[in-house]
Design a protein. Sequence first.
Length: 228
Amino acid sequence: MKPHVIHSRAFVADAINIIVESGRDSIAQRGIFRIALSGGNTPRKIYAELTKADVQWDHVQITFGDERCVPPDDAQSNFKMAKEALFDLVPIPEGNIFRMRGEIDPGAAADEYERKLAQVAARYDESRYVHDLLLLGMGDDGHTASLFPGTAALDETEKNVVANFVPKFSAHRITFTYPLINAARHVCFLVEGESKAPMVEQILGGGSDFPSARVTPKSGELTWLLGF
């Protein structure tokens, strides 16, 4: 399916519309909205604005596309960012938020998250957990989630979640894999910064070997929301 590309002049508002509309449709059709959040600087302002939106938070299930191997109160934690910008300000049940435990052994944390997603998938008779909306960012090197160039997780074909060693940081990250990402009903890249325009153009043109280029939902939608 051809990606839907939006060059936005109201980036945050357009992102909120995508999230809210996806949530309403998912809850109306299946009684639940399963959304994966992205970390980084770009989503923070979106999550903060989302607190003002009309969302049935008791029907929302939150996962994370990746996490740094730090405690949940660490400044680098994706969970901490989302908690401060969003969770603390909306009436979402704590049990609806699936946190990656970055403070424990990375492999154990990835396996634990894998089991959690499998348990939920089994309730819906799914062979793999299916997100209604999966938000992703893109780094200056073309990485997405914690799927960095030249790392082992790029070649994972079975597991949904893995611990991925990233040489540029000399550290592990916990990350979703392509099989899980590409099983989503809708994947939306949130990309800002004029400097990323040439990279996005290469990816959309085909033939790129950037990790983000390998996000190709099997039967779902792919949206690129571009703030440039």
